[in-house]
Design a protein around this ligand. Structure first.
Ligand SMILES: Nc1ncnc2c1ncn2[C@@H]1O[C@H](COP(=O)(O)OP(=O)(O)OP(=O)(O)O)[C@@H](O)[C@H]1O
Length: 448
């Protein structure tokens, strides 16, 4: 390789983001020939990409060290196709690299994620034939569990090959393969050569026919061959309305597993584990306080743990409740608002009504009874006055009083209704760590 080419590469390396350099520039070679710097590229698509995006940078480099030379990008003849697509190419993992932090041992198990954990653990023993669709809100462990399977498979003595991609990776590689006429190689690599395909964030599959069609074909092949497939998404298959129904049905061909937001006990265990990982054992009152107040995703818990340790170390204090309070007040939205909107959301979900229904003038039985329950729970769990609760639903204070009385009456006459309300109360208590004792109205109803 010519000295000039090495200089130019160094120049580009300094100016381009590392991943861009690694994918697009590092694999290239260059040499001088007949008054030209000839840069060999693997295919036409790369050539066009480089010209479109980095030509001026190449020219700038050439003006420094290669005055008088012109520039030519030449497509190599016999280069193994698509090798440059992937930043990592170890023998048994294609696509993205697994984080070594994401193991089964590091995954804290609780009621919210036990089923998913067991399903993935079983898959790691022998992936053959498993089709799993894992759904959860963001930051609740989808990638952690998927990569735990990947890590377990590659660390054992077996021959399983795993292809780990996001839906966006899949799409962009597919488009590249199509543009460069290398579809066969793409299929070889992603379908035929892998035993486990993990496709993350399938809600990002674009609403483009050909991508969906190719994915459907890939899945048919993989299912037929009893290979394992894992999909992850923040949405359930039936919610992916931009996808063709045939692809949706293929996505839901296997087991659909959900991870729920962590309950109070699991949050405590996660805080203990994450702080231990940072070499600290938090006092129990700090663990409980954080678990009660950090109700977002697990990323938020991780960042709070690290933030608390950093804060304590800067102030030369040990981790304590006062510091935890300070941190929580900075990162969490005001309590009342958050609690109220969750109460309303739970009521909507449970009684299958919308927020709009609740604030509407509708007197339909199902809607007005749901509205009454929302008022009852808000009164019980928040510090809001009767009139402020009324305002939430465009009603006055007297309507709220009536709602509270009606709910009380039904509670004593209908066991199934009581069961529903108790279920909602448990959900709120778990999510917020609010106990009966801490509620504004410990007894069923207090009038004001
Ligand atoms: N049960 C758990 N035990 C320990 N750590 C967890 C658990 N669940 C998630 N985490 C941690 O929380 C962080 C976020 O998890 P992860 O990236 O798997 O979420 P995700 O559901 O894939 O989110 P997104 O949809 O945003 O990609 C990671 O650092 C992960 O290790």
């Amino acid at each position: 390789m010519s000295e000039l080419w090495l200089k130019i590469k160094d120049f580009l390396k300094e100016r381009l983001p590392e991943p861009v350099f690694k994918v697009w520039i590092e694999p290239l070679s260059g040499h001088c020939q007949d008054g030209k710097l000839v840069v060999s590229v693997p295919n036409e698509f790369t050539r066009e990409w480089l010209i479109e995006n980095y030509l001026s940078l190449f020219k700038e480099a050439l003006s420094l060290w290669g005055q008088g030379l012109s520039l030519a990008f030449v497509v190599e003849e016999a280069r193994p196709p698509l090798q440059q697509d992937l930043p990592y190419e170890p023998t048994r993992v294609l696509g993205r690299k697994f984080s070594t932090r994401y193991t089964f041992e590091e995954f804290v198990v609780g009621d919210c994620n036990r089923l998913a954990y067991k399903v993935f653990l079983k898959m790691a023993e022998n992936p053959r034939g498993h089709i799993i669709y894992l759904t959860a809100e963001s930051g609740l462990g989808k990638s952690h569990l998927s990569q735990a399977v990947g890590n377990a498979l590659v660390s054992r003595k077996n021959t399983f090959r795993v292809c780990y991609l996001t839906a966006r990776d899949f799409t962009s590689q597919l488009v590249r393969a199509l543009k460069s006429g290398q579809m066969e190689n793409f299929k070889e690599r992603v379908w035929r050569n892998c035993d486990v395909l993990m496709l993350e964030e399938v809600h990002h599959i674009p609403a483009r026919d050909f991508t969906q069609g190719e994915l459907a074909l890939a899945l048919d092949y993989l299912y037929e061959e009893e290979k394992a497939v894992v999909f992850t998404s923040t949405r359930k298959p039936h919610e992916l309305s931009h996808l063709d129904s045939s692809l949706r049905s293929r996505l839901s061909a296997g087991m659909i597993v959900r991870i729920n937001p962590p309950d109070y006990e699991t949050r405590k265990n996660i805080i203990r584990r994450k702080s231990r990982n940072q070499g600290q054992e938090f006092p129990e009152e700090v663990v409980e306080y954080l678990a009660r107040h950090l109700r977002g995703d697990i990323r938020q818990i991780e960042s709070a743990v690290v933030g608390l340790i950093a804060r304590a170390s800067i102030l030369r204090e040990s981790v304590n409740l006062a510091l935890a309070r300070e941190l929580v007040s900075e990162i969490m939205p005001p309590e009342g608002h958050d609690l109220a909107s969750v109460v309303i959301e739970l009521v909507c979900r449970n009684f299958k009504v919308s927020r709009e229904d609740l604030v509407s003038r509708s007197r339909k039985k199902r809607i007005s009874q749901s509205r009454q329950v929302a008022m009852f729970l808000l009164r019980k769990f928040t510090k809001e006055s009767l009139s402020s609760i009324g305002q939430r639903f465009n009603r006055d204070h007297a309507t709220v009083v009536y709602a509270l009385q009606s709910v009380e009456k039904r509670l004593s006459s209908s066991p199934s209704f009581r069961y529903q309300i108790e279920y909602l109360e448990r959900e709120i208590t778990e999510r917020f760590g609010v106990t009966e004792k801490e509620c504004r109205f410990p007894k069923r109803l207090e009038k004001s």
